[in-house]
Structures are given as C-alpha cells and as structure tokens.
Design a protein around this ligand. Sequence first.
Ligand SMILES: *[C@@H]1O[C@H](CO)[C@@H](O)[C@H](O)[C@H]1NC(C)=O
Ligand SMILES: *[C@@H]1O[C@H](CO)[C@@H](O)[C@H](O)[C@H]1NC(C)=O
Ligand SMILES: CC(=O)N[C@H]1CO[C@H](CO)[C@@H](O)[C@@H]1O
Length: 340
Amino acid sequence: MQLGFLAAVALITPSYALLRFGCSQLVVQRTDPLVNPGMAPSPHVHQIIGGNSFNITMDPKKDMPASSTCTTCQFAENFSNYWTAILYFKARNGTYKRVPQIPNSGFEAAKGGMTVYYIEDSRQQAVKTTAFKPGFRMIIGNPTFTTRAEAQRYRQLTYTCLKNINTRSPETLEFPDKPCPAGIMVNLRFPTCWDGVNLDSPDHMAHMSYPESGTFESGGPCPASHPVRTAQLFFEVIFDTKPFNDPKLWPEDGSQPFVWSFGDTLGYGNHGDYMFGWKGDALQRVLDSKCYVNCPILKTQSFADMNKCSQKAVVDEDIEGWLPALPGRSMEREFRARGN
Ligand SMILES: *[C@@H]1O[C@H](CO)[C@@H](O)[C@H](O)[C@H]1NC(C)=O
Ligand SMILES: *[C@@H]1O[C@H](CO)[C@@H](O)[C@H](O)[C@H]1NC(C)=O
Ligand SMILES: CC(=O)N[C@H]1CO[C@H](CO)[C@@H](O)[C@@H]1O
C-alpha cells in the first residue's frame, strides 16, 4: 500500500481502522524470547523494534509495557515488540556482510527498523474486530522451510523487488532473482482469526488461523475453531541492497547473493514475531475509534525520540563486519534448494 494512496483515501475518512507507523531499530542481536527464551545467543540474528523492556526472557504474566520507559515506534508509550531476521550479502569470496536497512517513505528520519500496520477488515463491518490482549504473542513463518510448497502454508510472507521506494507489486515467495534498484521489501502479514482463548500456543501459531476461505483482504470468514476476528498485523521491512547491485558482485552461477541470518538463500524461511504490549484496552479503543493512519487519541513521538530509544546488545559479537560465517552458523549449515 502506498503512502500516496493512503493520503488520498484518508481524505474520504474510511469507516475502518488502519494504523500505519514507523519504528526504529531497538537492538540487533541473537536473542528470541519466544522461541529460545533465556538463550543468549539464540541460533540466529534478529532485529527487534518496540518497547525497551525487551529481554532474553519475557514472562507473559508480567506487565511488560509497564516496565518499558520508551519505545522505538512513533506511537509513544505503547510497548509491543516486533522482530524479524536480518539479511546478509554473501560475497564471491564467501564472506558475509549485513545488508543495511532503510525506513519506508514517509518515515525517512527513522533509524532502520520497520513499518507496522494494524488493519481492520474493511468489508465485514457487522463483525467486531477484537484487539489482541495483554500477554498475547504469536509467530508467523518457519525458518526451517526450504521449499515453495512449505512456504505456501503461511500465505502472505513475501518479497517485493523495489524499483523505487513506492513499488508494491509484484510480491514473490522467494528472493528476487535480479538486482532491485531501490532495495528488497519483506512483507509479513499475520493471520487474523483467533481461538479467543489462548494468548499463546506451544508452536506460537496454533491459537491463530487464516480465514477458512478466501483471504483477510477478500473478507474470508474465520473458521469455527478460531472464530474471533482480529486486526491484521502487517510488517514491511526494507533492506537496502543498493550497495550490492553490481552484477560483478553476484555469484557466477547466476543465483542471487542474499541470505537470511538463519542461512536461507531462497527466502522460504521468512518469519516474524510479535509480542503484544499495548497498555490495557488501548488497541481496542484505537480500533473502535476507526483511527485511519493518523490517530489523534494516541500520543505520537518525534523521530528523534524514537531513534533515541535503544538497547545495548546483550550478545557481544560482530554482526556488521565482513564475516567468515553467519553469526551462530557454520558455513556447512547454509542450505540451498532441495533437489536444485
Ligand atoms: C532483563 O532481565 C534481567 C534479569 O531479570 C534484568 O536484570 C535486566 O535489567 C533486564 N533488562 C531490561 C532491558 O529490562
Ligand atoms: C571479500 O569480498 C568483499 C566484497 O568484494 C570485500 O569487501 C572483502 O574485503 C573480501 N574479503 C576478503 C577476506 O577477501
Ligand atoms: C502506556 C500507555 O498505555 N500509553 C498510551 C497508549 O495509547 C493509549 C491510547 O489509546 C493511551 O491512552 C496510553 O496513555
């Protein structure tokens, strides 16, 4: 969705809620309190955004928002955490370099990070959109996936090859196979049907479901097992691949040179994590008030204040230099297409 498009429709005041806000990077390191609680380093590098109470262990029974003192997101004082893996460029000589991140159009002054959306279904107005509850968390995607068929199980985890910062299509399930003039945007849309009971589940996914038929966008109904309709959580993450676009830097075998921090050179292991941190019923009130892009009931902070909020990495290792192997991985464990 383009900012120009949003700005144009904002004038006609739609009757559904859509929050869109930029978040700077909080910390980039090998931790993952959902999949590997207590582990530092965890198996692969993540970039984390949001409230600064983020920690290697996060007890859902504790009120995490209350212990944050700042957030890297534009809407101040609401302290959810959001994270994804990061991308590396693999040089012909076998070394890896972290691909820098750039903010979205409209959020140019933010420090890397990502754009976060909470989108209410625009078609089924008769069905109430329920906000996530304190203690709620979820994951979408699976870093062990190596085939297209596997990737298709989690719809809507995609890549956009940016011709310019506003390019929004086409979306592909695998990494773009040609240099992208303005970078690669990673799109992560989370499922929108909740079982209404569990704030989490052993795989961090089973308490959520995609619509029974169709998609969220087409107004597909939620299945009986997961009857509660939530807002669609959606991340856009832009990796600045421009410094690596010279064909002379690309692999001689014609493959593309980018690799996720967990060793995936195809893109099928794309995944994202969410830990709800809105205070009390703040998100429900936002949805009920049909806030559209701008949300006067929320306090907005400046880019300078967002950028100021950061955390010192607890894992002390080089993730930025030209590295002989991906942090936490040996080169042998990097995987390529099965049967390719
Ligand atoms: C993380 O948790 C540890 C142990 O409870 C605590 O000492 C530390 O202050 C926490 N860090 C942050 C940023 O809250
Ligand atoms: C490997 O290649 C990169 C990119 O061409 C270069 O910057 C780096 O210095 C090289 N490293 C070694 C050890 O040759
Ligand atoms: C800490 C906190 O909850 N901050 C704000 C989050 O957003 C709501 C708006 O819905 C505010 O009322 C809170 O003060």
